[in-house]
Write a protein that binds this ligand. Structure first.
Ligand code: CP
Length: 308
């Protein structure tokens, strides 16, 4: 059994195998109606718990559909409706769930909750986002880049905006898949020092460039995310907007990237804040491919976790 807790804590060979499996499974389904099952049914007879302590559209639906396509069943649970939200310990919850289900996916606030769930569960646990990282999203993003442009190794990836949890998983992917990552954003919203140390240790130090035009120059991929994440207080909204406005991804900024550069956003987006609609709906954008590939990448993650 394998947990899938983060990109930097998963073996690089396994990450590559997950991407390859995801692409093969996507190709095998080509043109098939979404509600139909795959030819392979590796999750037949398996029950998957999908626990959400935060809102979700993509993660919730793509995991649910993915399990069903592979022949399994799901139960979608709100943390607030479980005893988890009323004082039962995470360790006890993990032990109990392990008696009922074969796999647990959890979206939660604190990374400590995810790690405790994994420590006490007898079944694999998947990180569906914490305040600190979002590995399933970036597996889908790596898959999406490679689908459009071939190997991501040695490409220039530029993150414009807040050094948040999605950036963190991009940093982990830079170390594991071997691409060059540039961060452009205000100093007040810099990523965690730990991610700089991690990438430097992997021989892929993160470049920091405060000038977004210089940062984006010759980029193969430009990425941004919402300026106010789910775990940020709404009281910080105006301050963050003021700090991040110079880092908006718009057509003028994208002109400095390579002609064939891609644009990504994990969604949900606040259109015309962090990225303009002209970019989101423009020729560089692959945002809906990213969303679709959550489904395929996570199916491969689940197979990895269960060894099926
Ligand atoms: N990108 C992402 O995780 O989307 P949801 O919050 O809708 O799941």
């Amino acid at each position: 059994m394998n947990h899938f807790l983060d990109i930097h804590t998963t073996d690089a060979k396994d990450l590559r195998s997950i991407i390859d499996t995801a692409q093969a499974m996507k190709t095998a389904r080509n043109g098939r109606p979404k509600g139909t099952k795959d030819d392979d049914q590796p999750l037949a007879g398996r029950m998957v718990a999908l626990i959400f302590e935060k809102p979700s559209t993509r993660t919730r639906i793509s995991f649910d559909v993915g399990v069903r396509q592979m022949g399994g069943e799901t139960m979608v649970l709100s943390g607030a409706d479980m005893q988890l939200g009323h004082g039962e310990t995470i360790a006890d919850t993990a032990r109990v769930l392990s008696r009922y289900v074969d796999l647990i996916m959890i979206r939660t606030f604190e990374e400590a909750t995810l790690l405790e769930m994994a420590e006490y569960a007898d079944v694999p646990v998947i990180n569906g986002l914490t305040n600190r990282t979002h590995p399933c999203q970036i597996m889908a993003d790596v898959m999406t880049f490679e689908e459009h442009r071939g190997p991501i190794a040695d490409k220039k990836v530029v993150w414009s905006g807040d050094g948040n949890n999605v950036f963190a998983s991009f940093a982990h992917a830079a170390g594991q898949f071997g691409f060059d990552l540039t961060f452009t954003g205000p100093e007040t919203l810099d990523p965690e020092p730990a991610w700089f140390e991690y990438c430097a240790g992997k021989g892929r130090p993160i470049t920091v460039q405060r000038d977004p035009v210089k940062a984006v120059t010759d980029a193969d991929l430009v990425v941004t995310d919402t300026w106010v994440s789910m775990h940020d207080p709404q009281s910080a909204r105006e301050r963050r907007h003021n700090q991040l406005r110079p880092y908006q991804v718009n057509e003028a900024l994208m002109k400095h990237a390579k002609d064939d550069a891609l644009f990504m956003h994990c969604l949900p987006a606040h259109r015309d804040d962090e990225a303009t609609s002209a970019v989101m709906d423009g020729p560089h954008s692959v945002i809906f491919d990213e969303a679709e590939n959550r489904l395929h990448a996570q199916k491969a993650v689940m197979r990895y976790c269960l060894g099926v």
